[in-house]
Design a protein around this ligand. Structure first.
Ligand SMILES: Cc1cc2nc3c(=O)[nH]c(=O)nc-3n(C[C@H](O)[C@H](O)[C@H](O)COP(=O)(O)OP(=O)(O)OC[C@H]3O[C@@H](n4cnc5c(N)ncnc54)[C@H](O)[C@@H]3O)c2cc1C
Length: 145
């Protein structure tokens, strides 16, 4: 059983933790995943997104929408996880999505609801969340198989 520690409980860290927990479950293993977050709650930045409404994804999603030194990588990422996958992901979290002029938002237009559903999802998957923890350094203590 691998123990996974994720530093930073933003959108990326929470999504990674949820994916790892789901993979553990598929392998019939108890997830041992912990998020270390130095703010008082996980997903705090989500609260400011889309002017507090959280723009979940967009009708037009391609590599031209991103700045990158390597746009082909953006294309490869979006081929694997584009608009449809994002919408499915949010719907599985329990978010009812609506479209407005090509922008997708939660029907409630409340970024706080998105953050909260992320947190509930992590609890449901058995991910441990430790807040007010600031990671200063990482040391390799040994290699486990
Ligand atoms: C004003 C604004 C509006 C936005 N609107 C939208 C929008 O509508 N739609 C959209 O898709 N995107 C939007 N974005 C972008 C979106 O917020 C980011 O892309 C997203 O939050 C990035 O998530 P992340 O997990 O990579 O990083 P973060 O959300 O920054 O998460 C990183 C986490 O790591 C924690 N952390 C950092 N260092 C440490 C440490 N040493 N120890 C412990 N914890 C640590 C931080 O506290 C933080 O919680 C917006 C951004 C801003 C600023």
């Amino acid at each position: 059983m691998k123990k996974i520690m994720i530093i930073g409980g933003g959108a990326a860290g929470m999504t990674a933790a949820a994916a790892a927990a789901q993979n553990s479950r598929k392998a019939n293993q108890k997830p041992e995943i912990c998020i270390l977050e130095h703010k008082d709650i996980v997903g705090k930045k989500i609260l400011s997104t889309g002017n507090g409404r959280c723009n979940l994804t967009n009708e037009v999603m391609n590599s031209d929408c991103y700045y990158s030194e390597c746009p082909q990588i953006i294309g490869q990422i979006l081929d694997k996880f584009g608009r449809e996958e994002a919408l499915k992901f949010f719907q599985e979290l329990g978010i009812v999505v609506k479209s407005k002029k090509g922008y997708y938002y939660p029907r409630s237009e409340q970024a706080a609801a998105v953050r909260e559903l992320f947190q509930i999802h992590l609890e449901h998957l058995g991910v441990e969340v430790r807040t007010n923890v600031h990671v200063k350094s990482i040391k390799k203590a040994g290699v486990h198989s």
